[in-house]
Design a protein around this ligand. Structure first.
Ligand SMILES: [Zn+2]
Ligand SMILES: [Zn+2]
Length: 274
């Protein structure tokens, strides 16, 4: 099975299980490579934010790092990459860059969870603002996340659809964030967490994926697992649509250097591609 590059652990505070539990589950499912992408502690969240209780000091990452190391020790037959999922906040690039530089990471996923001082998981946000406003603001911040140069992967590209159907075709709403993605060196994450939430297609939807394929944007796959049994979940249902759209490989990372594995085929050999 394909590498799962978006796995959380109990260290983020809202997931279950240790890295070893996810590793064991991955091996049981025939997965050869996983990437942990627990949240980088968001110590840079403004102290006056109503979500200030979500703030975590950077040194909390130590438990996560030790946990991933333990999984590597106990499951040497599984390739285990170390990543983080970063809450992108405009204006906090220097803090994020400094934190990332101090970590032995294989990759960082940039994700937008906060827009204009609101959490995208706060139901009040969707009561207070129109869908048009929500998507405009979200994609403006995502555009900045894409162009800031701090990440290798852009996470759950059209996240607001989880709570708010798009008022117009997503392709329209997502411009110019898509244009900047195509011009960047970033991978688009195919995040299967949307399937678990009952949305019927991943983040992003297939129209966006089709557009990105046409522009040569590489992809990674992620389950956004928050429980060990969710590792690799949804991959079987997205693989054929991805191939039908023209994708034949998924990106993997070692210390920020990208290579590719085929989506199907007998060989799991990695190859570098310029
Ligand atoms: Zn996320
Ligand atoms: Zn996540």
């Amino acid at each position: 099975m394909l590498p799962d590059y978006h796995i959380h652990t109990r260290h983020c505070g809202h997931a279950e299980g240790r890295a070893v539990d996810y590793a064991r589950e991955a091996l049981a499912r025939g997965i050869k490579e996983v990437g942990f992408a627990d949240h980088l502690p968001n110590f840079y969240l403004p102290s006056d934010s109503p979500y200030g209780y979500l703030r975590r000091p950077l040194d909390q990452i130590e438990g996560y790092l030790a946990d991933v190391e333990e999984a590597r020790r106990r499951h040497p037959q599984l390739t285990i990459k170390l990543g983080v999922e970063v809450d992108y906040l405009p204006g906090k690039e220097a803090e994020i860059a400094q934190a990332l530089a101090g970590l032995p990471l294989d990759y960082a996923i940039g994700s937008v969870h906060f827009v204009g001082g609101w959490s995208l998981y706060d139901p009040e946000y969707y009561r207070r603002f129109s869908p048009e406003h929500i998507y405009k603001e979200y994609f403006a911040v995502l555009h900045e996340a894409v162009s800031c140069g701090l990440f290798q992967i852009i996470g759950h590209f059209d996240l607001p659809k989880l709570y708010c159907p798009p008022p117009r075709p997503m392709l329209e709403l997502a411009q110019p964030a898509l244009e900047s993605l195509a011009a960047s060196d970033l991978c688009l994450e195919i995040n299967c967490g949307a399937l678990r939430a009952g949305l019927g297609e991943p983040f992003p939807g297939y129209e966006i994926i089709r557009w990105c394929q046409g522009e040569g944007v590489p992809i990674t796959l992620g389950s956004d697992a928050h429980k060990p049994e969710q590792v690799g979940q949804g991959f079987a249902s997205v693989k054929k649509p991805l191939m039908d759209l023209g994708y034949h490989e998924a990106a993997v990372f070692s210390k920020g250097v990208r290579s590719f594995v085929p989506l199907v085929g007998g060989s799991s050999r990695q190859y570098n591609k310029l």
